[in-house]
Ligand binder design. Sequence first.
Ligand code: ZN
Length: 348
Amino acid sequence: MEDWVLKLPKVDLHLHLDGCVKPETWLALAAEQGYDSPAQDADSLLPYMQVDESCASLPDYLSKFAFVLPLLQTREALARVAREAVEQAASHNCLYIEVRFAPLLHTKRGLSADDAIGAVVAGLQQGERRTGAVARAIAVCMRHHSEEANLPVVEAALRHYGRGLVAVDLAGDEGAFPAVGFRGLFARAREAGLPVTIHAGEAAGPDSIREAVAGLGAVRIGHGVRLREDQELLEWIRERRIPLELCPTSNIQTKAVASWSDFPLRDYYDRGLVVTVNTDNPTVSGTNMTRECRELAERFGFTAAELADLMRQALDAAFVESPARVELRARLDARLAALGIEPAAARR
Ligand SMILES: [Zn+2]
């Protein structure tokens, strides 16, 4: 059963739209938009879009996004990459994905935050129809934008909430712009019932995670790899059953974790934290959900039953609404049963 990892039904909760643009698509968009390309074919273009082993830091990693963003300023381009995000995920047997993006980074050529969300949701829905996978959007507020500048993102997200969009997020330079500066913004989201997930504990330490949950009301944490630096906080997160969206390949490339042997996912799982495994940026990181699962199997001895348990935890942590949630759980269990995989008993 060489390919059980590929066949395993999967859930990806942490996936950035601008991190999964295919090189072929970049070339097509550049041609359509009259944009000069530094390369003429997908293979030669890939180094502009993907980090390699020499990736030095988060800023090095982030430079890859600057390369794609100028082309993602129209409804058509946003809808296309959103549709392709679903298609790529479905090719790795993802049943459900949450695709996040920062609407304000797509307003350079006249789109509003509302327009950008509408285009991405439309693209995700096209992807759903083509593949049968289920996809929802998350709107990201940026740390380097002020609360005031980010308010239109939350307002637009509220208008789309329940119509393809399921949550808001905060991302960007975690060290330079602490979460405490965004309490008012996320209070606005929470008071209106919009769920919150926050990138925290990636480039900054445990205090950033504490503030994300206690100050901003995050009900999930993006990454959170550095949680182990504060055992008391770790216990608090465990008791509250706050899911962590870990992205192993990305976390190692950005040096959030020094090496694979130091990656805490196995430890967190064994200690009963709610952990999920995700891709973050398939193109930039050169990864996909099959590869992430394979790394866990090969490096940390995750069995099929344990990986199935991780996928169940991910679906439980998903922001998807019912009845789609109930239907997805049934589909996940049916696919696992067909593969003869019985999820490991939850260790909690
Ligand atoms: Zn992320």
